[in-house]
Design a binder for this molecule. Structure first.
Ligand SMILES: *Cc1c(COP(=O)(O)O)cnc(C)c1O
Length: 396
């Protein structure tokens, strides 16, 4: 049962909820969790292996390696790909923090490049090329909100400079590039199953995706203290991991059970997200104060968008947020501060001065994510849109 733990009145439109979905899913979740309880193995057990197979099948990945968050998936992906101290990895200045911190956590140096201004919020190939040095080993774009970055342009740059292409595809489940699932266009990618993601667990969980058997083996070992199967030898026989230790990033079987149940609804959830995104855009396009609704940038290849986040650009963003919050409407700012000016990087060689990556900085000031999830109703969507119209009407 999903119960209400407080008597606080529900907000008219929360930024995220899955209470209705869970009413439907609960019997199936219980079947999967009962399996886990019956076997008594709660970490890195058979339900996790079952989920790895299901995700490999859904994405077409040669290997899917379960870990305990999207962030860990990125760190382990980078380490398994051989990224080490002294190496540079080019990442976007506009993304979730983990796109950059994963590189630092792998011991290497994140180097920031700008995003395009064509509405995909994706890493700009020209800016990437300017950031290449003799230490650059990889470029790692992030696919944000509803579409993939321009992988043709980025693959070209990677090829010309002999860089690995890795993908921060944490947000991109279901997105495909000419039929290839996100994360599998380059050497490897990741998924995050953070609760608000398109396929979310009830806690942290993540996955590494790759077609590269070697990389997969190393990732599988690194997530489990570097252990080779049941032996007590840590990092035996894997030459490019000699001298490194693994970590503990095993997935919980209870999260895998929840994800197995939710996967049965994934395609339906994705379709519902698309329907709601379309309804938002029809209602908001041309609204005073709304500078942009999400745009699907045409590519040289057929792509499949998935609306994980419905992101608009607006005038007076922070005042609008206050207006909506006062009316019980949840929003999020993805992302409020460009990564190259984050305090943890600003005082170091890694950070860059404000003004150096203008598209990333502009996006941080104008973007706003509206509530978008399968449980959202058309009436709630209208409440959000009406409140936005009211706000700008009141300012004229
Ligand atoms: C969510 C996310 C991550 C991190 O995933 P967690 O599971 O929260 O650790 C990394 N990169 C991007 C772009 C994300 O959106």
């Amino acid at each position: 049962m999903v119960s209400t733990l407080t008597d606080a009145p529900a907000a008219p439109v929360p930024f995220f909820t899955q209470a209705e979905s869970f009413k439907e899913l609960w019997p199936l979740i219980t079947r999967h969790t009962d399996d886990v309880f019956d076997r008594g193995k709660f970490s890195h057990g058979r339900k996790v292996a079952e989920l790895e197979r299901a995700i490999a099948e859904y994405t077409g990945a040669g290997r899917a390696i379960a870990v305990n968050s999207g962030t860990d998936a990125l760190v382990i992906l980078l380490r398994a790909a051989g990224i080490k101290p002294g190496d540079e990895v080019i990442v976007p200045a506009f993304s979730f923090f983990a796109s950059a911190s994963a590189v630092s956590l792998a011991g290497a140096t994140p180097v920031f490049a700008d995003i395009t201004n064509d509405g995909d919020y994706g890493l700009d190939a020209v800016s990437v090329e300017e950031a290449v040095t003799e230490r650059t080993k990889a470029v790692m774009p992030a696919h944000l909100f509803h579409q993939l970055v321009d992988l043709t342009a980025l693959s070209d740059v990677a090829r010309r400079h002999d860089l690995m292409l890795l993908e921060d595809s944490a947000e991109a489940i279901g997105m495909r590039w000419g039929g290839t699932h996100a994360g599998l266009v380059g050497r490897g990618g990741v998924l995050s199953f953070f609760p608000t993601k398109t396929l979310g667990a009830l806690g942290d969980a993540g996955m590494i995706l790759t077609d590269d058997e070697d990389l997969a083996e190393q990732a599988a070992v690194l997530r489990h203290h570097g252990r080779m199967g049941k032996t007590i030898d840590h990092i035996a026989g894997i030459s490019n991991l000699s001298g490194v230790s693994g970590t503990n990033s095993k997935m919980d079987d209870v999260q895998a059970a929840i994800l197995m149940a939710k996967m049965t609804r994934l395609d339906r959830d994705i379709a519902r997200r698309a329907e709601l995104a379309d309804a938002y855009s029809q209602r908001l396009r041309g609204t005073d104060g709304v500078l942009a609704v999400p745009r699907i940038v045409p590519r040289t290849i057929e792509t499949e968008p998935v609306f994980y986040v419905y992101q608009i650009e607006v005038e007076a963003r922070d005042e609008l947020v206050a207006h909506l919050t006062a009316r019980g409407i949840g929003t999020e700012v993805y992302y409020p501060r460009p990564l190259h000016t984050q305090p943890c990087f600003a005082g170091t060689d890694i950070g860059l001065r404000p003004g150096s990556l203008p598209n990333a900085e502009a996006a941080c000031e104008r973007t706003l994510a509206l509530p978008l999830y399968p449980d959202l109703t058309e009436a709630q969507l209208e409440t959000v849109c009406a409140a936005i119209s009211d706000f700008y009407a009141g300012r004229r």
